[in-house]
Write a protein that binds this ligand. Structure first.
Ligand SMILES: [Zn+2]
Length: 451
């Protein structure tokens, strides 16, 4: 029997029909050490995203009695510039001194912002865009800010002033300054530094202030606009990630052998470019023909997938789709292949929530089988999932059992769709559920002890 083939066109078809699956799985809130580890790993993953859209990273670690080795991967191999940046981060980590932790955070954050500047500026622009929607502009006066409908009645006062103090401990805000005064300056400052001419130092201050304002808004939502609050917190995540690294380094158990910390890239399988028919119905009918099943028409497809109703049937011709192994799958198979013993939990930090097929893959990997070296209740732990199906998703080739399971799983989805389309009563339809398109992972709070 020939080995199973993974049909990339079927995933492309699925991504067109069910861009988002109905059920977005939620994850149980991790606790204790697991939560701390995931906060740290998610934070490091964020620091490794140097490009804008489409750049993602996954990170895990193996902690032995003599070293801590972090493993990271992207969907593509790291560029020489990225490798040099990560090397520099590692050197800074190894040369960390307890007495200089405050300055260390500033230095590392500067390097991070310089390197990840596209994404940082992207996050700043998202805040300023939200601000524009509520009528804030850089020419607005404080009196006009008071008239905007973003304020919530709250008994807490001085939270934001306190955030300002924590950000700039050497500068005292003048007497009588209010939370709104500080927010006004912060909003205006963001307009100034979010443009291409904005200075790195300005961006650094904005990121720090966002971190503390974001924490204040978590406990006391002074601003009655969830979108703005969330955007502020996400910009602050850069400072949160670096502060989480410091928390790890300050743990005496880690500090003692910070020189033995390693960062190792796990190279992903190569990406490849495929030509896929623009009319994805052709992929479905080619599959139906191979399986001796009746073919379907565009109108049948629209009946089952109401979201297609607004689209005309795509014409002839091909489009390029880049397939790749997603970074969390690369890390997961690496851990499985290299970890001796029977661990029960593998924590993987991600910069974006895992997609629908990665979620399936991570659960397939730990399915018990005869040759399994895993504990019966083993699992991969990530902070979050999303329901998206990406057109270029491709599984790792090792282990072969998981590879075949994914071949079967994708075909099973297509069979289910074909079955519902050709059933006589045609009553089935696959609704789309509205979920957020924003799938960035948020970096959690600061914890005390580490391992
Ligand atoms: Zn994925």
């Amino acid at each position: 029997m020939s080995p199973p083939q993974f049909d990339d066109q079927l995933v492309y078809l699925l991504s067109n029909l069910r861009h988002i699956q109905q059920h977005v799985p939620s994850v149980a809130e991790p606790k204790g050490h697991q939560k701390k580890h995931l906060n740290l790993l998610d934070g490091i993953a964020l620091l490794l995203v140097t490009g804008d859209k489409g750049d993602v990273a996954a990170v895990s670690f193996v902690h032995t009695s003599t070293s801590i080795e972090f493993f990271y991967a992207k969907n593509r191999p790291c560029t020489p510039q990225e490798t040099a940046y990560i090397q520099k981060l590692l050197e800074m980590t190894r040369s960390f001194k307890t007495s200089e932790s405050g300055m260390w955070v500033g230095r590392v954050l500067k390097l991070v912002i310089q390197t990840c500047v596209k994404k940082v500026r992207g996050r700043m622009r998202k805040i300023t865009n939200e601000l524009k929607k509520i009528g804030f502009s850089s020419s607005l006066r404080l009196e006009d800010l008071n008239n905007l409908h973003i304020w919530r009645e709250t008994n807490c006062k001085g939270e934001i002033v306190e955030a300002y103090r924590r950000t700039f401990p050497s500068q005292k805000p003048e007497e009588g300054v209010s939370d709104r005064d500080i927010l006004f300056r912060y909003f205006r400052g963001l307009f100034e530094v979010s443009g291409p001419e904005g200075r790195i130092e300005g961006a650094k201050a904005a990121v720090f202030l966002s971190r503390y304002i974001g924490i204040a808004l978590r406990t006391d939502p002074i601003i009655d606009n969830a979108a703005i609050v969330r955007r502020i917190q996400k910009l602050g995540d850069y400072a949160g990630a670096v502060q989480t690294l410091v928390k790890m380094l300050l743990d005496p158990a880690i500090y003692g052998f910070r020189h033995a910390i390693k960062f190792t890239e796990v190279k992903p399988a190569g990406q490849s470019i495929h030509l896929m028919p623009k009319n994805f119905l052709k992929v479905l009918n080619d599959y139906a023909i191979r399986r001796g099943k009746p073919q379907v028409q565009w109108k049948d497809l629209c009946h089952s997938f109401p979201s297609l109703n607004s689209r005309v049937e795509p014409g002839d011709g091909d489009m390029k789709v880049t397939t790749s192994t997603h970074c969390e799958c690369t890390i997961a198979t690496y851990l499985l292949n290299s970890t001796a013993g029977r661990p029960t939990a593998f924590e993987i930090g991600v910069s974006k929530r895992c997609c629908w097929l990665c979620k399936k893959y991570l659960s397939v990997l730990v399915e018990p089988d005869d040759s399994s070296i895993l504990a019966p209740s083993s699992s991969f732990i990530v902070s979050g999932y999303q329901g998206k199906i990406h057109s270029g998703w491709h599984p790792p080739h090792w282990p072969p059992r998981a590879f075949s399971r994914m071949v079967g799983l994708v075909e099973g989805e297509i069979e289910e769709i074909l079955g519902s389309l050709t059933r006589t009563n045609r009553s089935d339809s696959f609704p789309r559920s509205p979920i957020s398109e924003d799938s960035d992972i948020e970096v959690g709070g600061i914890e005390n002890s580490w391992f």
